[in-house]
Design a protein around this ligand. Structure first.
Ligand code: EPU
Length: 423
């Protein structure tokens, strides 16, 4: 298994381009199953999760054509199977989202239940509640959701019990081919949902209100192919901004979307960073200063994203002052804390492990560390960048799921980081 070796102490300085958003692209790949024609998606990041989704589509018999720029064209009409196996769904939960599109387009789908993962139990009850409200017959058979419908799905009025990104996306895309109008309430409002709605509308769907808590979908009989460009990855952009701030450095990120990062930008300003923004770029300058501690609570968009919580804790480890970070989205998303403490951080968990109290220290010390989740793993890379001495981050296949060319991008910013490949 590959590892990353980081020799800490260098300030990050320079410029990089944000990649396309993983969490948008994955859902668009599932949405392509709704279309009769080829769906072409550009600005797709080159990541392990994307490869897993392509593998799943290939397993279903769907033809996927990829060019050297990672423009991906999906031809759903070549589909031969309607069953997504456990082996592929367990490695990546987003694959569960092929259920609704297959059902809406072809009247049948069997998809393995994804199960829990390192950051919590992550049920799919809201997805199933939505599909049943649209008229799906759902049966649980040996760990699989077997879904079928006689004729077309029917539009419905659905109020989600909780705010769910995946649930909102899944039911929104499925309802595009239902007969009549669907109104979804208590929807999540993440930018990736708006991006998916834009892609669906380019396919000929009629989706209104994405980005608000109420989405209306007027069902159509069929969807065509389209071309859509994925938005910039706000979590990747945010990760590099935090990394630069934590090292006292300066970074300019091109191809970014500052509007999607308003809370992070204001938190980094609170930490002492000077930040300039343009239409599609963000520039952060810490001018060599030590960051000031920043407290926050994670919550659904537009509040502070859970996907940047671990990275901001890495910054707080060496900040001036004490911060309180409360995680409200996932039950078990503090695994990085114990590893950071092994590097000399002073973090304690309170409130049944929902809140981290971080007492800033002058320095961290390099150590061998690892985590079982993408964002926790990348936060350990940030900790390694600010630590004195060598840090080895193990199990970096988690990082490869969500960060394109992570070591090349960091090397370009002046980090001393290299991949140790093991056979
Ligand atoms: N939940 C339920 N029932 C459901 C669905 C969700 O109880 O049917 C709960 C979850 O267990 C969780 C909360 O609701 O406690 C929110 O989950 P949500 O459905 O919003 O998350 P998701 O769709 O599974 C996506 C991203 C995550 C990101 C979250 C929150 C993708 C592929 N994943 O997950 O991204 O953290 O939204 O913003 O879009 C990551 O990229 O590292 C990552 C984990």
């Amino acid at each position: 298994m590959d590892k990353l070796l980081i020799r800490g102490g260098n300030r990050l300085e320079g410029e990089l381009r944000a990649s396309g958003a993983k969490n948008s692209a994955l859902k668009m790949f599932a949405a392509a199953l709704l279309a009769d024609g080829p769906v072409a998606i550009s600005n797709v990041p080159h990541l392990r999760d994307i490869t897993t989704m392509i593998e799943l589509l290939g397993f279903l018999g769907v033809e996927v054509v990829i060019n050297e720029k990672m423009d991906v064209e999906i031809h759903a009409n070549t589909i031969k199977r309607f069953r997504a196996p456990y082996e592929l769904v367990k490695t990546m939960r987003a694959s569960f989202n092929v259920l609704g599109p297959m059902l809406a387009h072809y009247g049948q789908a069997e998809v393995s239940l994804p199960g829990g993962c390192a950051i919590g139990p992550r049920p799919v009850d809201q997805h199933l509640l939505g599909l049943e409200a649209l008229g799906a017959n759902i049966e649980m058979v040996e760990g699989y959701v077997n879904a079928s419908v006689d004729g077309r799905l029917q539009g419905a009025h659905i109020i989600f019990d909780i705010c769910t990104v995946g649930g909102t996306e899944h039911i929104m895309m499925t309802a595009t081919l239902a007969e009549g109008q669907t109104v979804l309430e208590n929807c999540a409002r993440e930018p990736e949902i708006v991006d998916l709605a834009d892609c669906l509308n380019a396919m000929g769907a009629d989706v209104q209100g994405a980005g608000t808590d109420c989405i209306t979908i007027n069902g159509v009989e069929s969807l065509s192919g389209c071309h859509h460009r994925v938005i910039a990855d706000r979590v990747e952009t945010g990760t590099y901004l935090i990394a630069a701030a934590a090292t006292g450095g300066r970074v300019r990120i091109q191809n970014a979307n500052p509007e999607h990062l308003e809370v992070l930008i204001s938190k980094l300003r609170e930490a002492g960073a000077k930040i300039l923004i343009g239409d599609d770029w963000i520039e952060l300058d810490m001018e060599g200063r030590r960051p000031k501690a920043v407290s926050l609570v994670t919550a659904p968009y537009p509040a502070f994203p859970t996907d940047l919580q671990a990275q901001i804790i890495a910054l707080n480890c060496v900040a001036e002052g004490t911060s309180t970070i409360k995680e409200t989205i996932f039950e078990n998303r503090f695994m990085h804390v114990h590893e950071m403490n092994r590097m000399g951080a002073k973090i304690r968990l309170e409130g049944n492990n929902t809140t981290a109290i971080v007492e800033g220290v002058e320095k961290l010390t390099g150590a061998p560390v690892m985590a079982n989740d993408l964002r926790a793993s990348v936060s350990l890379v940030i900790a390694g960048l600010i630590a004195q001495g060598d840090t080895i981050v193990d199990r970096i296949y988690h990082i490869d799921r969500g960060y394109e060319q992570v070591e090349e991008k960091l090397q370009n910013l002046g980090a001393d980081i290299k991949r140790l490949a093991t056979s």
